[in-house]
Ligand binder design. Structure first.
Ligand code: GRF
Length: 197
């Protein structure tokens, strides 16, 4: 059984998908803790599913490195096999990436390397693209530039807003995440190997 710590900043819809998948006894992964950098709405899923939560509030620390060290300490307390950044809207300091790599993955609402960064959905719209996508990557010290585990195209419709487009991307992100966790747990995806290539 693959143990997961999931880090969020927002509503946690990807997290909910993982928690729902884990209700199936056959699913080879379990969320052991949920962490956030703020009072994220998605933390309520912890109570709903009986999963412990922790918050390492970014403004409570003097700099990114100190915040990252505190976050790492919390994560390590759970000894997870894999850490999932599921809408955690902060760059992790290199020390944290080095400590967790390659067992650290991130979902992104664009077809990387197109539209990296915090506004992937908005940027795809602003560029006038006719399609964008969803990607799941191994986290490295770049901004959304790590090895791609899986990705899929999503069309952009005339009249789309950031929110209508994001709503079309999110179900794809969720499916990619569940499939990737399955593949990692079953050994069909080797994160170490992916990170070497
Ligand atoms: C996802 O689209 C994620 O890729 C992006 O923010 C969204 C998080 O949504 N960075 P949620 O918190 O899982 O609902």
């Amino acid at each position: 059984m693959l143990s997961l710590v999931v880090l969020i900043s927002g509503g946690g819809s990807n997290l909910r998908a993982l928690l729902e998948a884990s209700q199936d006894a056959e699913f080879p992964a379990r969320v052991v803790a949920i962490g956030a950098d703020r009072d994220a709405v998605g933390l309520s899923l912890g109570e709903e599913y009986g999963i412990p939560t922790f918050t390492v509030a970014y403004p409570a620390y003097p700099d990114r490195e100190t915040w990252g060290d505190a976050l790492l300490e919390q994560i390590r307390a759970w000894g997870p096999d894999l850490v999932v950044l599921s809408g955690m809207m902060r760059l992790l300091p290199p020390r944290v990436v080095a400590a967790l790599s390659p067992n650290l993955i991130n979902t992104h609402p664009a077809y990387l390397p197109e539209f990296p960064g915090a506004h992937g959905v908005r940027d795809a719209l602003a560029a006038g693209a006719s399609e964008t996508g969803a990607s799941l990557i191994v986290v490295d010290n770049s901004v959304d530039g790590g090895p791609i585990i899986a990705q899929e195209r999503v069309p952009i419709h005339v009249g789309d807003t950031e929110s209508s487009l994001h709503d079309r991307i999110k179900p794809v992100e969720r499916r990619l995440l569940i499939e990737a966790v399955l593949d990692i747990a079953n050994g069909h995806v080797d994160l170490k190997e992916l990170s070497r290539s």
